[in-house]
Design a protein around this ligand. Structure first.
Ligand code: NDP
Length: 307
C-alpha cells in the first residue's frame, strides 16, 4: 500500500516525485509509455530557468529523476493499463501487477499528434518540432513551415513570423478549423504563405540529420513537388493520455482532466499535474510548477487524514 503513486515521468511527474519524496512519502513513479515525457524528444532547452547556456531536454529530465530518487522516489517501467478509482485505496494495474495507493497524481501528459512519417520521426529535435514557443528561436532568418489548420497552427505561424524569413502554412483541406479571428490575423500577416489541399509526404534530409526540405502532394491532383524548409512545425493537436481514467475522473470533451481548483480532480485524493490538464501553456516550467502544486496538495490531503 502506497502513500502516493505518480503516473508519468515528465517534468510534472518528476517534480511531484521530488516534493513527495522530500515529504517522506516514498512515491512510486510509473514511467509511462514515453519515459521523460516531451522533454525526452527535444534537443536544446533554452527557456528553463537556471541554465544560462541551455540544457539538452533528455539531460534535464534525467537530472530531475535522479534528484527524486535521491529523496526515495521509486521508478517502475511501464504504464497503468487499468485503474479502479471508485473507492480508496485506489487500485492501479501496472502492466499486470496491481498496486494500492492512498493518493494518486496523474501527470501522464498529452502527446503531440505527428504525421507518422518515418523521416519526420527521425528528424524530431533536428528541425522537426511540435512546439513553436520552445524552438522558434532556433530558426532566425530561416524558412519555416507549419502544418495544420487549427488555432494552434495559426497562433504558431504568427509567432514564428518573428523569427523566420518566411512561414508557410500547409493544410490538408481548403477549409480551416481555426476560429475566424485567428485565421483573419494569420491571413493579414504578409510573411505567411498558404499551401492548402496539400500534405507532406516526406521530410528531407535524414542522412544529413537536419531538415532541409519536404515533399508536398496536392491531394486533389496528386501532383508532387519539393520545397526547401529549415524548420518544420507540426500543429496537429495533442492527445491527452487519459484513456485509462475515462469514466472515473471527469474529463472534458477532448479528454483533458477537468480541474476542480488547484490540482484537484473530480475524485478526492486524485490530483492532476501538467499537460494532462493544461492545454494552454504546455511548457516544461509550468508542468514542473504543476507537479509541485499536486505534490503539496497530496501531502496536505494525507496529513488531514492523520498520516
Ligand atoms: P485542432 O485539433 O483544432 O487542429 C488540428 C489541425 O491539424 C486540424 O486542422 C487538422 O486538419 C490537422 N491535422 C490533424 N491530423 C493531421 C494529419 N495527420 N495530417 C494533416 N493535418 C492534420 O488542434 P489545435 O491544437 O489547433 O487546437 C486544439 C484546441 O485548442 C482547439 O479547441 C483550439 O481552438 C484551442 N486553441 C486555441 C487557441 C487560441 O484561442 N488562442 C490557440 C491554440 C489552440 P482538419 O481540420 O482537416 O481535421
Amino acid at each position: 500500500m502506497r502513500n502516493v503513486v505518480i503516473v508519468g515521468s515528465g517534468c510534472a511527474g518528476n517534480t511531484a516525485a521530488i516534493y513527495t519524496g522530500r515529504a517522506n512519502l516514498k512515491p512510486l513513479v510509473v514511467s509511462g509509455r514515453e519515459p521523460g515525457g516531451q522533454l525526452s524528444i527535444t534537443t536544446l532547452v533554452e527557456n528553463f530557468p537556471g541554465f544560462p547556456e541551455g540544457i539538452e531536454g533528455p539531460a534535464l529530465v534525467e537530472s530531475m529523476k535522479q534528484q527524486a530518487q535521491r529523496f526515495g522516489a521509486e521508478y517502475v517501467h511501464g504504464s497503468v493499463i487499468e485503474a479502479d478509482l471508485s473507492k480508496r485505496p485506489f487500485r492501479l494495474n501496472i502492466e499486470g501487477e496491481w498496486v494500492e495507493t492512498s493518493t494518486l497524481i496523474v501527470a501522464s501528459g498529452a502527446s503531440a499528434r505527428w504525421l507518422g512519417l518515418d523521416s519526420e520521426r527521425k528528424l524530431i529535435g533536428h528541425g522537426v518540432s511540435s512546439c513553436a514557443t520552445c524552438d522558434g528561436f532556433f530558426f532566425r532568418g530561416k524558412k519555416i513551415m507549419v502544418i495544420g489548420g487549427g488555432d494552434s497552427a495559426m497562433e504558431e505561424a504568427i509567432f514564428l513570423t518573428r523569427f523566420g524569413q518566411e512561414v508557410a502554412i500547409v493544410h490538408r483541406r481548403d477549409q480551416f478549423r481555426a476560429s475566424r479571428i485567428m485565421l483573419d490575423r494569420a491571413q493579414q500577416n504578409p510573411k505567411i504563405q498558404w499551401i492548402t489541399s496539400a500534405v507532406v509526404d516526406q521530410v528531407f534530409d535524414v542522412e544529413k540529420g537536419q531538415v532541409t526540405g519536404v515533399e508536398l502532394r496536392d491531394v486533389r491532383s496528386g501532383r508532387t513537388w519539393q520545397r526547401p524548409v529549415d524548420g518544420l512545425f507540426l500543429a496537429l493537436g495533442h492527445i491527452p493520455n487519459t484513456a485509462v481514467f475515462k469514466g472515473q475522473i471527469e474529463l472534458d470533451a477532448d479528454g483533458y482532466i477537468l480541474s476542480k481548483g488547484g490540482a484537484r480532480t473530480s475524485v478526492e485524493g486524485v490530483f492532476h499535474a501538467g499537460d494532462v490538464e493544461d492545454r494552454t501553456y504546455r511548457q516544461a516550467i509550468t508542468a514542473a510548477g504543476a507537479g509541485c502544486r499536486a505534490a503539496i496538495e497530496a501531502e496536505r490531503f494525507l496529513e488531514a487524514e492523520g498520516r
